[in-house]
Design a protein around this ligand. Structure first.
Ligand code: ADP
Ligand code: ZN
Ligand code: ZN
Length: 745
């Protein structure tokens, strides 16, 4: 007798373990197979974790497995190990981890596979012919058509009108066989007319690729590819993948957000054709199912996708490549709160593959791993691309002090310098990008006489004025209101719409260049299905000459004709209440500056700011990542911020204003009690209950309990303890745990 240990798809503490079932006679199972089992009064699906010959349990109580799902529902056994690791690392349920490894469409049998029916003769032609009456002409035509081989029903119906009834009659008599064949829906492929050949690599690219391939053949390795913007990191990825495919292995490429990286996807389609599978949230359930299946069967061996593609069922994983590794999108905010970079690290370790993180502006914790003194198990090897391809130069950057401009009487959005550069750029027939780090017409609406700022009644944030509808919008809850005509505080009529948003920039640019077509890309203009692609296409084709946009245009875009980038106000990200604000600013400026001068004409960048002396700006202008890293790392170390510490917090929200402070205080006490009980105080620097930075959100009042821990301390245990406290809940409020939150609001 054989027994199987099964984990069922239920996320609850008391069932988060294996249950033993009898393997029925004649059923062959392997670890990783999906099965249907009886579970109390219901039936549930789950994965086989282990097979054994001893029940190790009272056999009379065991029930048999009801059914084995076909192999398209299986996961590779190594994924079981990964789920075990995730359960420990992220303190989540197995079921939560497994959920990521198989699309929900597959688990719930919701998706019908798309099939075609294929008809073939069930016997030699002569025998079949003998069985058919002479006047059944349609049937004769059908078997004649099948004489030289099987045909799809659709084809038969095309050549023989009304073939269906004949096919049915023949099938009933057993003369023909009908089989179903699966067709995999490959999603629409758009390579944007890109070159299909690999270019010859530049020396630095080649050196990097050689080192990666060497690691591929020698037990794997972990690398950071730090390449300035336009240095051709993608070609290094592609070269590594070529070698991986030659070795009959597979690769996963992660990008922060598929919708924002149409170019990358285009490149991969052009180079790898059908060997590349793309996974993103806009695929239909059916397409997603099929892409997953193309990957699992090895038809597609290169996977490109956002965060969750790190779980794709790639066989013989040769590498995981994470582009723009510094992006916050790689950590999940939902349970399980995993970091795709860590999961990739683990997967590569298990398959002896190559982990490759790529960025022009690596995150501080990542770059720390290439520094001397890091323990070997934490180390990343640094590969550098220090210059742009084809001898192109990095753009020349320049800072404009907007306080000076104001003193000189310029009340507009654009500095004299930026206007001058825009004129030159347009006269030369080139294109320009104007970057603004916010959306809407103005950031906030305020009273010039008393300083009152219009805030959302549901959220503790200021409202944003949108010219398109003449209303104020809350960007957190969507509330919309007409702006007041007089100040609600002092009744003054001097209500001013402060600052500048994308619409305002577009408007002023139009006023300056009435004959130049201008495009705008922000959350408001990209609502439709292909909103992003349309705006970018128009710009790529030169139908628009100036593109005004938010963060969306800062990253990864490669427009050869862009020679000018203007940053309207560099300070907006700098002033966010977050210890990462300098890093964010540096990254954004470097990335957006990197859009200029990507072909033969040199690029220029004009950065407008009110704080020209800040180190994030100075380093960005010099494009000196190392200088920024050292200054920033020293600041974090001094101020005890991550990565020198780990910050977790519990966020308490409630409609009842009295609840959050009360509950937060009691949570703080409970955390302190646990710390004392376990003797963990030495690992913790601070436990503090306080109002959250945004005190009210969507009509709920918010407090936080903030815990700052030493990196080398018992972070996992303390976080698990906080998680338990959060799970236990509190009456009249929601409690959420955030570990190392990407932004604190
Ligand atoms: P990065 O991601 O480092 O900013 P990209 O990968 O976008 O840079 O490459 C910048 C541009 O250089 C792209 O247009 C790319 O096609 C081109 N390129 C990259 N490598 C080469 C090469 N070896 N020869 C010619 N062109 C290249
Ligand atoms: Zn007022
Ligand atoms: Zn709101």
């Amino acid at each position: 007798m054989q027994y199987a240990e099964v984990i069922v798809f239920l996320s609850a503490g008391d069932v988060d373990k294996t249950f033993t079932y009898i393997v029925p006679e004649g059923m062959t199972l392997s670890p990783g197979d999906m099965v249907v089992v009886p579970f109390g009064p219901r039936t549930l699906e789950g994965f086989v974790i282990k097979l054994k010959n001893e029940a190790g349990y009272d056999e009379d109580k065991l029930k048999p497995i009801l059914k084995k799902r076909d192999s398209s529902h299986s996961i590779y056994p190594e994924m079981i190990d990964l789920a075990y690791w995730m359960q420990k690392r992220y303190n989540c349920y197995f079921a939560d981890a497994f959920r990521l490894m198989i699309p929900s469409e597959m688990r719930q049998q919701r998706t019908k596979e798309k099939t075609i029916r294929i008809v073939s003769l069930a016997m030699p032609y002569e025998d079949a012919r003998a069985l058919i009456k002479r006047n059944a002409t349609k049937q004769i035509e059908v078997i004649n058509a099948l004489k030289d081989g099987a045909k799809p029903t659709a084809y038969l119906n095309e050549i023989i009108p009304g073939a269906n009834s004949a096919i049915n009659a023949l099938h009933e008599k057993g003369i023909i066989e009908i089989t179903e064949d699966r067709v995999l829906r490959a999603p629409h492929v758009d390579d944007n007319g890109r070159a299909h050949e690999d270019p010859e690599l530049m020396p630095e690219q080649k050196a990097a690729a050689d080192e990666l391939v060497h690691a591929l053949d020698h037990g794997g390795g972990r690398f950071l590819l730090h390449g300035v913007t336009g240095s051709g990191k993608t070609e290094v990825y592609i070269r590594l993948i070529r070698e991986i495919l030659k070795r009959e292995k597979g690769a996963i490429v992660l990008v922060p957000e598929i919708a924002l990286t149409p170019q990358m996807v285009g490149w991969f389609h052009a180079r790898f054709g059908k060997s590349a599978a793309v996974i993103h949230s806009r695929l239909s359930a059916g397409e997603r199912y099929d892409e997953w299946e193309r990957i699992r069967t090895g038809e597609a061996r290169v996977v490109i996708g956002a965060r969750s593609a790190v779980f794709a069922p790639v066989q013989n994983l040769g590498a995981v490549i994470i582009d723009e590794e510094h992006e916050g999108a790689y950590t999940s905010e939902k349970r399980p709160r995993y970091d795709a970079r860590e999961v990739a690290w683990k997967r590569c370790e298990m398959t002896k593959g190559v982990l490759l993180l790529g960025s022009a502006t690596p995150s501080i914790p990542t770059y720390m791993r290439v520094m001397p003194g890091v323990r070997p198990e934490n180390r990343l090897k640094l590969l550098e691309l220090t210059s742009r391809v084809m001898g192109r130069r990095l753009p020349e950057c320049e800072i404009v002090d907007m306080r000076r401009e104001f003193e000189m009487g310029n009340k507009g959005i654009f500095s004299g310098k930026l206007v001058l550069e825009m004129k030159k750029c347009m006269e030369n027939g080139k294109q320009a990008i104007l970057f603004i780090n916010r959306r809407g017409h103005s950031t906030f609406v305020s009273c010039r006489s008393c300083g009152h700022v219009e805030k959302c009644s549901e959220c503790d944030v200021s409202m944003t004025y949108h010219q398109s509808d003449g209303n104020m919008h809350c960007h957190y809850c969507g509330k919309t209101l007409a702006p007041p005509k007089t100040c609600p505080e002092c009744k003054s009529k001097f209500i001013k719409f402060f600052g500048a948003g994308t619409q305002k920039v577009e408007e002023e640019a139009r006023a300056l260049f009435p004959n130049i077509p201008i495009g705008r890309m922000d959350v408001d203009t990209t609502q439709g299905k292909d909103g992003h692609a349309k705006i970018l296409d128009a710009f790529r084709k030169g139908e628009t000459k100036i593109l005004v946009g938010t963060q969306m245009i800062a990253k990864g875009l490669d427009f050869p004709n862009v020679t000018l980038v203007g940053v309207i106000a560099a300070d907006t990200t700098l002033n966010l209440p977050d210890f990462r604000s300098a890093e964010r600013t540096f990254q954004l400026l470097t990335q957006v500056a990197g859009r200029a001068g990507r072909s033969d004409s040199p690029g220029r960048v004009v950065i407008q700011t009110y704080t020209p002396e800040h180190y994030a700006l100075e380093c960005a202008v010099r494009q000196d990542y190392r200088a920024f890293y050292h200054t920033e790392a020293a600041y974090r170390k001094h101020a005890l911020y991550p990565p020198y510490t780990v910050i977790s917090r519990l966020v308490v929200s409630s409609k009842d204003q009295a609840k959050p402070p009360e509950i937060a205080q009691s949570l703080q006490e409970r955390i302190n009690i646990e710390l004392t009980k376990n003797d963990w105080h030495s690992d913790v620097l601070a436990v503090q209950a306080a109002p959250a930075p945004i005190k009210m959100l969507r009509g709920e009042y918010r407090w936080q309990v903030y815990v700052k821990m030493l990196t080398r301390g018992r972070v996992d245990q303390i976080t698990a303890m906080m998680d338990e406290i959060a799970e236990a809940g509190a009456e009249g409020a929601r409690i959420e745990l955030e570990v190392d939150p990407a932004s604190m609001i």
